[in-house]
Design a protein. Sequence first.
Length: 202
Amino acid sequence: MHEGPDIGSDWQSAGFPADREELLDFLLDAPLGVFRSSLDGRLLWANRTLARMFGVESPTRAITAYHDLTSQLYQDPADRERLIAMLLEHGVVNRFVTPVRLQDGRGGIVSIHARLLRDASGAAVGLIGVVEDITDQERERSIARLDEARMEALVRLQGMRDASPADLADFALSQAVTLTRSRAGCLATSEPGTGRASLRCL
């Protein structure tokens, strides 16, 4: 039977911390958020980067503040349920992107890379992982997509030279609702010459 490499000896020969305290110091100051949590949503361990990311002053405060990640952190609690289901099925999940609600009131978007933890009997007991704050990147992508959609709308509008005023108004209203991500919208128009006003709504 093939045996894997001696990870411990490789770790030490590569110059990584050999003792627990050095390793913990390394993880505490890692540039990405590092965490361990229970399956039911309790935050059990966090590094300093994760605490700052979540809007609290220390890892201890983060652990105290987050006793139910599903309802406290995730803007959509179903996202954590989906993450846990994926971990139970695959063992590892990479680049799980989800919007979060932070302790200081801000909203953010994070990318989670997590691994399922099991006890000696094989039962799932929690997860460990890394969190990356991608809020700025996602906002930049959203702005770029919006600019692209606006340009596409202008191109389509230029091709509607022979359209009736009513068709132009309907197009303008539909694009305004789409581009602003609104659920509904209304547009007031008036007919040239008569001044008769009308209201269109979606």
